[in-house]
Design a protein around this ligand. Sequence first.
Ligand code: MN
Ligand code: MN
Length: 299
Amino acid sequence: VLSEDALEKYEEAGRIASKVRERMRGIVKEGMRIIKICEEAEETIRRMGGKPAFPCNVSINEVAAHYTSPPGDEGTIPKGSIVKIDIGVHVDGYIADTAVTVCFNPEYEDMVQTSQVALETAVRVIRPGIFTSELGSKVQSVIESRGFKPISNLTGHQIGRYLIHAGKSLPNVSHISFRKIHEGEVYAIEPFVTTAKGEGRVIEGDEFYIFRFLKRRNLRLKDSKKLLRFIERNFRTLPFAERWLKDYGSTEMYRPAFMDLLKSKCLMAYPVFVEPSGEWVAQSEHTVYIDKDGAVVLT
Ligand code: MN
Ligand code: MN
């Protein structure tokens, strides 16, 4: 069970994350530059006294997750799109993770609503002693009863200090598992929904915009060592965007070292996740704390 201090920090991270999510929900518009959205979300988190736990994800249409603007991104929000805004905040390593889908296309309102209803169902059902498989079945049946399909290989996840994916996963489909939810744990619950025509899974795209420290290794180049120290000190084991290296130096200056760190597997890259059918994907996400009676929504 969590200490009072840890719970307070989770609550503070949750308060900030939910305020930033609602603020972003209100300001995201068709034609807006994606990089403006990312920067606005991340600056608001800092202004409110938190730190981004990962770069603001802005994943559009068939891109399910893991897009954030690279430096100088010229991309804009397309007309008639659906946009998943995924926000992470930490206070002293205690993380809140939350997402909303903003819908600019009336044809997809029901699908977006379905991800929200599936999330609300999971929040109501999760409690100490429940199997993750029972939770997955409930989420799947809510989604399918409304004529949509869950994404089977994107899951909710337990959260640990400075760890966005810790321990147990929460699949959004029925599966075989004897793992149970326990009191004192913190989870991000996040149903992803696509249309009945979709494959109901995602594949890795060949682009990546989000990175994470993996391991210190013997590096030959002094520049690589120095950049790795900067990354470890500033982001620890949390995901970061290349944009966040601007305090370190110019792109030309850090690029060779950055590529060396990726190649030598001191850093890992998160590929974007895409519905292979091209069908669009909606997501809703909350972070919850499990107390003796069930979920306390932190976001
Ligand atoms: Mn998230
Ligand atoms: Mn998450």
